[in-house]
Design a protein around this ligand. Structure first.
Ligand SMILES: *Cc1c(COP(=O)(O)O)cnc(C)c1O
Length: 386
């Protein structure tokens, strides 16, 4: 079946007793054993919970993987993946990384002797130059956020296989509706399901999908042993959101494309970063490996003095962190999402004080365009006195 149908039907045929179309929320943490040596398949909800299991099977299927795991947040999912590594292990990591992942590696994994080098993961010679004997994995975000750098997943996976490295892809920005990294050779996919999969800015969750028996067993062991699992109520809420993923992503993409095009021609905008525009340097790679584009893009205004009044004057678009929900949010990465990344690294990748990130929602595009238009006009009136 096509992915739209599989999304809409998540959990709807899984409940055989009553035939409930929406899968029930099993709050039970303990399950009765029929007799000694027998189990219903459920013993204790940290190990396996019926509601969470329906979600986990769904995401494994959507990502073309072998096993799915639901976590309390995206960070909990990443931390559990990192627990595969040990003292002395080294990771190659995308340069323009999510700030929380950078903090987890640099301030927590470093205590356990795990180190990372941040490179443009789309440059094989860069990856090769920084690979050491202790390199175990490549961690990729594609597109990155906020600079929307693209990595060719097939090319890097082939290179990584040749060197015995794991490929881990954070697929938060595109979701399996638009991009399935395991089909290009990656080993593990991770999501902040808080973003597009949940989609409504009302549930925190993380998801992991693994390929292959050995990795799936290892992740199952870590998931249960560490215990940062998703509760039954939140598992249900996440599935409820995922049922409409296809419709939402199509609207996010259409709105973001129209607004990115509009801003590309705006006199106060210096640059727009969006892989859905043919002017993006890796547009061809993006078209090869993804069937569509995210609702997020970034842009640089010509003068950093525009930033404060733009954020003060937007009305429909909220000045807020996070991304991937139905509501449009604009954020200022240099002082918010990326505040934990040192200025030197931020400037090297281009997250400077002129950069704004826009998570385009599913509102009507005309209303979003007129909100931007009035905020830009007000900002230019204040700064340029025109
Ligand atoms: C938000 C985000 C995370 C962290 O997820 P939480 O659910 O907030 O813990 C990880 N990676 C990316 C790309 C994100 O956008």
């Amino acid at each position: 079946m096509k992915i739209e149908s599989r999304l809409a039907q998540i959990g709807s045929v899984a409940e055989p007793v009553t035939g409930a179309v929406s899968y029930p929320i099993y709050n039970a943490t303990a399950f009765r054993h029929p007799k000694l040596g027998q189990s219903t398949g459920f013993d204790y909800s940290r190990s396996k919970n019926p509601t969470r299991a329906v979600l986990e099977e769904a995401i494994a299927d959507l990502e073309s993987g072998d096993a799915g795991f639901a976590f309390s947040t995206g960070m909990a999912a990443l931390q559990t993946i990192f627990a595969m590594f040990r003292q002395g292990d080294h990771l190659l990591v995308s340069l323009d990384l999510y700030g929380g992942t950078y903090r987890l590696i640099e301030q927590i994994m470093s205590r356990f002797g795990v180190t990372a080098t941040y490179v443009d993961t789309n440059q094989l010679d860069e990856l090769e130059r920084h690979r050491t004997e202790r390199t175990r994995a490549v961690l990729i975000e594609t597109p990155t956020n906020p600079l929307m750098m693209i990595t060719d997943l097939e090319q890097v996976s082939q290179w990584a296989k040749a060197h015995g490295l794991l490929v881990i892809v954070d697929n938060t920005l595109l979701t399996p509706f638009f991009q399935r990294p395991l089909e290009w050779g990656a080993d593990i996919v991770v999501h902040s399901a808080t973003k597009y999969l949940g989609g409504h800015n009302d549930v925190l969750a993380g998801l992991v999908v693994t390929k292959g028996e050995e990795l799936s067993k290892e992740m199952g062991f870590l998931h249960n042993s560490i215990g940062a699992v998703l509760g039954a109520n939140d598992s249900w809420l996440l599935m409820r959101g995922m049922k409409t993923l296809a419709l939402r992503m199509e609207r996010h993409q259409a709105n973001a494309t129209a607004i990115a095009e509009y801003l590309s021609g705006h006199p106060a905008v210096a640059e727009v970063f969006y892989p859905g525009l043919p002017s993006h340097p890796d547009y061809a790679v993006q078209c090869k490996q993804s069937s569509g584009n995210t609702g997020i893009f970034s842009f640089k205004v010509k003068d950093s003095r525009y930033v404060e009044p733009i954020l003060r004057h937007i009305r429909l678009i909220a000045f807020a962190e996070s991304l991937g929900g139905v509501e449009s949010l604009m954020t200022y990465p240099a002082v918010q999402t990326h505040a934990d990344i040192p200025e030197e690294i931020r400037n090297r990748v281009g997250v400077d004080d002129r950069l704004l990130r826009f998570s385009v929602g599913i509102e009507h595009v005309d209303d979003l365009l007129s909100d931007l238009e009035q905020a830009f006009a007000a900002a230019r009136a204040e700064v340029d006195k025109v």
